[in-house]
Structure formats: C-alpha cells, structure tokens
Design a binder for this molecule. Structure first.
Ligand code: HEM
Length: 738
C-alpha cells in the first residue's frame, strides 16, 4: 500500500541502524557481554599481517631522520611554535601513554587509542588531533610497517632527541586498535561533550573521590588514575581549579602512583616534560568548537575549531593557560627547576581566564613569543608545577635534580622509557634495534631458560610422573589454571610463564591456597624431570583435562608448548604484582571477602571484566567456565553442580538451564542462592551470581544452550580444550606473534 508514497524509498525515515535509543539507553544495568567481541579481526584491515615482519623492513635510523626533519619543517595550516613541532609531539606521546592505570592495566600507548573517542575528544587532549594529522604524511609513507601506536611514541623520542635529550631506548611492537573502546570505565561523570568544555567544568568530581584533599580518607575510585574524567592526570589549576599547590601535590601523588610511578619518577616526568614547549590560552574556552567526535563533517575528524584570527599559531587555544616554563623551550636544560626555585610565583590569569603563576621578580628571565620575533613574555608555571616546590618530598627530589643535572637527565630518560613502554608486556614483544639490553623491574623480567627444551619423550615422561603423584584431576587443573589466569591483555602482565604462582605475592593470595601443596609436589616432579616448574604446572593442567575428557568418553590431546622458565623472587616486583590479585574470579568461584563493602560493582560485572582481560569471546567464556566447574575448580571446593567432579561433562550448564529447578536468594543483596527441586522443594546446591549469570543473561544463556543440548557434548569438550590452551598460551609472546 505504501509503495510509491515514499520518495526516498525504504522505511527508515525516523532512524536507521544504530540510531539511539540503544539497548544501553533502555537497560542501563544490562551486562554488555557483546563488548567481548569488540576490536576483533573483522574490524582489523591488517588482521592477516605479521607486524614484527613488517616492522623489520623499516630502516629505523632513516625513519627517525625523516621524523626529525618533519619536526623542524613548519606547515601553514598548523604553524609550529618556535619553528619546532617537538614539544607538541612530546605532549601527544605523553598523553598517549599517560592513560595507563595499573589497577586493570588499561589505557596506555599500546593501541593508539588517542585516535578514537572518548580519548580523542577529552578536553585534555585538545589539539593532539593536529599533532596526529601533521604526522599523517609519514604514517602514509611507511603504511602498515609502523603502527600509529609505535609512530606516536617514536615521534616523542625523536622530539626529545632533537632538543638535546638523550632517550633511554625505543621498542616497536604496538598493534593498533581499530575501533573505539566503549567498555573501559573512565569514571562516573557525565560530561557534556557537545559543548566546549574547559577545566572550569571540571569542578564536579565528588563521585570519583571520597573526602577532600588533605583528609585522611581522601581517595580516588579504582581503577581510575585521573583526577577527573577527560583529563590525563590532574587539573593543572589544582583540584577543582582551586589554585592550591599543596592540594595539587596530593592529587599528583595519587594519580601518578596509580600509574606505578614513584615520587622521583613523578618529579622527573613533570619537570622533564615541562622543560619543553608552552601552554596555549589565547582565546576564551567558550569560543572553541566541539571536540573531534562531535565536530561537523567538514572538520574531517579535527575538533576544537578556534574562530579567533588564524585559529592557530599565535592565536592557538588548547587548554587555557598561556605561556612557557623556560627561556629556551626547545632545548633540554635545567632552567625549569632553576626558575621554579629561584623565584617566588604569584597567581595570575591567562587571556583565556585560566589560573596560572608568574614570577614576582620583574628581573626574572622572559621567554620568547612562539611566533613573533622580538616579542617576550613572562615565564609561566601551573599550580601543578608549583606543587613540586611546595610538597616536601617532591621538593627534596627537585633539589637533588637541581644540584645534579645528569642525575635528573637519567631519571627522566628512564621514567619516559617506562611511561611509554610499560603496557607492552614481556620484552619478547619488543622490536627494533633500540631496545636496551637491560632488564627493568617493571618489565616483569624472565630469566634465560635453565633447561633443555622438552622433547616428546621428555614431555610424556613428565606427564607420567605427574600422574604418578596421585594428585586429583581437580587439583591439577585448579593449579594450572591459577598459574595462567593472572594474565591480562590490557598490559600483557601475568600468566603462567615464570611460575610466579610459587612466589610472593601470588602464593599468599587466599584464592591460591589450594595450589600450595600441589605446587610443592610438582616442584619435585619438575626437578626430577629436568623441566621448569612453570612447564610442569601447565603440563599438569593438560594431563588433568585429557583425563577428565577421557572420563567423559572423549579422547582428546590437549596441546602443550614447553619452553617456560621460572622467575626468581628478585625478578618479581611484589607491590605491582599485588594489582593482579582478583577481587572476583568467577572461574574459580572466588569473591574477596566483604566485596560488597569494597565496591558497588556486581560480581558478574567483575567476572565479565576478567573475561575481557583474558580476551575471551562469549562462547569461550561459557565453555571455559563450564569445563572448570566440571573439573571442580571452585577455590573452596564448593559445589559446581555435578556429582562427578573430574569428568568433563556439561552438568553445570545443564543445571543452570534446567526448568525443573528453582533458585532462591538467600540474602537481601542477592549474592548467594539455594537451588531447589521445584517439586520437592529440597535444596540441591548453593550458588553465587557468577553461577547464575550463565542462565540469567540472555547472551550467555544462548551459548550455554548449545553446549547443554543433546548434541553439545563433543563441541563442548573441543571448545573447552581450545580455550584452555588459549589461556595457557596467553602470555607466550616468546613463541607466538602478538
Ligand atoms: C603542556 C599539564 C605532565 C609534557 C601542558 C599543558 C598543560 C599541561 C595544561 C598545556 C597544553 C597546551 O595548552 O598546549 C600537565 C599536568 C601534568 C603534566 C597537569 C602533571 C601534573 C607532563 C608530563 C610531560 C608533559 C609528565 C612529559 C613527560 C608537556 C609538554 C607540553 C605540555 C612537552 C608542551 C606542549 C606544547 O608545547 O604544545 N602540560 N602536564 N607534561 N606538557 Fe604537561
């Protein structure tokens, strides 16, 4: 009937696919399981690429020369300050790396997420869009041989080098992401990105902080590492733009600490970074256009349109503060600290109205205008710079660096290397000729192999010796899984290699208590078999899975790839390893005692978070959990809904899906449940949310139905073995690309 009535054809005049409202608008609490599949091979035009091979084709010194040439060649559409793009490229690289936070390992330079929202459009990333666009001709020339993520860090290094700073090293090996990350938690604030934002909008931050700066209970929500959403670290004008340097120091210590930077590294980074370049505040923030993600089509991915004058050069407006920290903003020297300490500073306002500091002494040196010859300006400090002078501990570090420029230079170069490489994972991922030989503690170093590689006969003998211990299938599987499950794809830390399960702090975690006697028994097996403990633990898991499959009537061979090594306690940085301890591990039926008091986040959301950090798909998540339940892998030996523990059945999934059973919450918060026979009312099992989620969530239920069906058993065993191997191999960058 409608035919011919609609001049445009189709029936989408009110909206098209993906138009709002979306599912998450309607059901904000829903578990977004589909996020597990983001940034997959389908999104990646280079999914068939061997990046290491491609990167090896680059003549790195030649590329660096080209970058250095580019840095000192100004182009009219975005003229460089002082004839040098170096400082703005350092800031781009620092902001690319500076999103890293140690609590969940997310953020960091590793995937060039600065190209995508929300990070691309954070107020703090103002005009980094110009830096990346300026770099495009070089990226275009080298194409897929260098990722954006590598190019941004390398350009930061080149910028430092042309200004006289000796960098510590550079590793390639970062693989770009290909779509925006819509899952990482960046904080509770709802910032209106459609309006130009400024630091003045960043006063409301109560939801992510408890208390006020200086209070004993002052704390930032986990896993966050920035004092406000849309910032990399702290507000340069002080907390809530209050201009208080002492309070700023408190925020700096918390936020840089969340990136695993200590006081010395923090001072080195800030004082080192601000030896270069300038801040831009020529125009009021409310005149600046929307950020890239909300900019009009003809802005072509660039944001923050500035209507004043040329909108760039001398008229540039980035964050609102105006001026430079040193008289020589394109030279590595110690004048940042010298001036910070030599002069008293008073609060002033920039042309854009931002709070900043100027020397009180009219005889203080000046800094040249970035574009106009012969024009000079007073020096500038931000409240966050004055913080380094006011805080007694930072002050002590500054004084040391003031007296010893070489020590400062070395500290900054090492801290910069750590900042820009810290999320890359094992050194076996590092590519190129500029990788320092030295092992650094934050790299979670591994020793050279102490054993000859296991051949087939050696592996078989070791497997026989493992079986000979008489340790149960369940305990063997539990131990192997516990060794591997610490892996997180965000910063590629953790995993079974290194056998750190046997070292502090892992061996002392409550969730690992069950593994302690097993590890001791396997240590003896390893010593006798001439194998590493790490390989022996993983092989024990393979043995367990094969035996459990056989008990279920399916013959499988679980892949085993030896070559793991055993780390020493000295190679294991205990405080940063503590961050790998789980609050919740739904695979092992674990919740930290008192979880509900620690976090409002539900256990199943934390379970999903862990599945994402293991880079599991929804089917892998279901198969892995189903198999672990069959293997009796709850940390406390509690019911896994099967009376044949150690037999690789789908009992857990069948039970969860059963209409003949009913679930009853045992507490008001719905944390524990009784499973009752509908007819008799008799209690059959106890369960947690991380059991029930496989029946309650529609997407997980849909997958669970496949495995729990009458024809699902073989598929279940096959998929479980595949995901088991994936988890065991997750950290093996020594033998696989990644
Ligand atoms: C510029 C804040 C730490 C390197 C700036 C700007 C702000 C700022 C507001 C001006 C941006 C603009 O208007 O163009 C902060 C704060 C920090 C911090 C609050 C931490 C407390 C660092 C670190 C580095 C760094 C750790 C590098 C190691 C730079 C550079 C510039 C800059 C090179 C100059 C950019 C240019 O000339 O275009 N910073 N920063 N900053 N920052 Fe930082």
């Amino acid at each position: 009937v409608l035919e011919g009535k609609c001049p445009f054809g189709g029936n989408t005049l009110g909206g098209a696919q993906t138009s709002a409202p979306t599912l998450s608008d309607w059901y904000p609490q829903r578990l977004r399981v589909e996020q597990l599949h983001r940034d997959g091979a389908a999104a990646n035009p280079l999914s068939d690429q061997d990046y290491a091979e491609a990167f090896a084709t680059i003549d790195l010194p030649a590329l660096k020369d080209e970058i250095k040439q580019f840095l000192t060649t100004s182009v009219p559409w975005w003229p460089s300050d002082y004839g040098n793009y170096g400082p703005q490229m350092i800031r781009m690289a620092w902001h690319s790396a500076g999103t890293y936070r140690i609590a969940d390992g997310r953020g960091g330079a590793g995937q060039a997420m600065q190209r995508f929202a929300p990070i691309s459009s954070w107020w703090d990333n103002g005009n980094t869009d110009k830096s990346r666009r300026l770099l495009w001709p070089i990226k275009q020339k080298y194409g897929a041989a260098i990722s954006w993520a590598d190019l941004m860090v390398l350009t930061g290094n080149c910028a430092l080098e042309i200004m006289g700073f000796p960098t510590y090293g550079f590793a390639g090996g970062r693989r770009d992401a290909w779509e925006a990350d819509d899952a990482t938690y960046w904080g509770p604030e709802h910032i209106d990105m459609t309006a130009p934002s400024s630091y003045d909008d960043m006063v409301e931050r109560d939801q992510r902080w408890t208390g006020k700066p200086g209070d004993a209970d002052y704390e930032l929500q986990q896993p966050l590492a920035a004092s406000h959403q849309a910032l990399i670290y702290v507000n340069p004008e002080g907390p809530e733009a209050n201009g208080d340097p002492a309070a700023s120091a408190v925020d700096i210590r918390i936020t840089f600490g969340r990136m695993a930077m200590d006081d010395e590294e923090t001072v080195a980074l800030i004082a080192g970074g601000h030896a270069f370049g300038k801040s831009h505040g020529a125009v009021a923030a409310d005149r600046i256009g929307p950020p890239p993600e909300n900019a009009p089509m003809d802005a072509m991915g660039l944001g923050w349109h500035n209507p004043e004058g040329a909108g760039n050069g001398a008229d540039t407006m980035t964050n609102g503060i105006e001026g430079s920290w040193t008289p020589n903003p394109t030279t590595w020297d110690n004048t940042y600290l010298e001036n910070l300490f030599r002069f008293e500073w008073e609060q002033t306002r920039s042309p854009a109205g931002a709070l900043q500091w100027t020397p009180t002494d009219p005889g203080a040196p000046t800094t040249p205008d970035a574009h106009r010859d012969g024009v000079e300006h007073p020096l500038m400090m931000m409240t966050s710079d004055i913080a380094l002078k006011v805080d007694p501990v930072y002050r002590e570090v500054c004084e040391r660096f003031l007296a010893d420029f070489d020590a400062f230079t070395l500290a900054f170069s090492k801290a910069w290397y750590k900042l820009t490489h810290r999320d890359m994972g094992p050194k076996s991922r590092y590519l190129g000729p500029e990788v320092p030989a030295e092992d650094l503690p934050w790299q979670d170093p591994l020793p050279a192999p102490a054993h000859a590689p296991l051949d087939d006969a050696g592996t078989a003998a070791l497997a026989a010796a493992i079986r000979g211990t008489g340790i149960s299938t369940s305990d063997l599987a539990y131990t192997a899984f516990s060794a591997a499950v610490t892996y997180r794809d965000s910063d590629r830390r953790g995993g079974a290699n290194g056998a750190r399960l046997a070292l502090a702090p892992q061996k002392d975690w409550a969730v690992n208590r069950r593994t302690v006697p097993v590890v001791e028994a396997l240590r003896a097996v390893a010593e006798q078999g001439g194998a590493s403990l790490a390989d022996t633990i993983v092989l024990a898991g393979c043995v367990a899975v094969e035996d459990a499959a056989r008990a279920a009537g399916v013959e499988v061979q679980v892949p085993f790839t030896g070559g793991r090594v055993d780390a020493t306690q000295e190679q294991t940085d205990v405080p940063t390893f503590e961050w790998l301890a789980p609050l919740v591990d739904g695979f092992r039926g674990y919740e930290q005692p008192g979880l509900a008091e620690v976090t409002p986040v539900s256990p199943e959301r934390l379970f999903l978070d862990k599945a994402a950090l293991l880079r599991l798909s929804a089917p892998e998540w279901v198969a892995l959990t189903g198999g672990l339940r069959a293997l009796g892998c709850n940390h406390d030996g509690s019911s896994t809904f099967t009376d044949q523990v150690g037999v690789l059945t789908t009992d857990f999934l069948t039970t969860v899906l059963s209409p003949d059973l009913q679930w009853r919450a045992l507490d008001e918060g719905q944390r524990t449940f009784a499973l009752e026979d509908r007819e008799t009312g008799q209690e059959v099992h106890r369960a947690t949310r991380n059991d029930l989620v496989f029946g309650a969530n529609a997407q997980l239920r849909a997958v669970a139905e496949v495995y729990a069906s009458s024809d699902g058993q073989d598929r279940f065993v096959r998929d479980f073995v595949a995901v088991w191997d994936k988890v065991m191999m997750a950290d093996r960058y020594d033998v696989r690309a990644g």
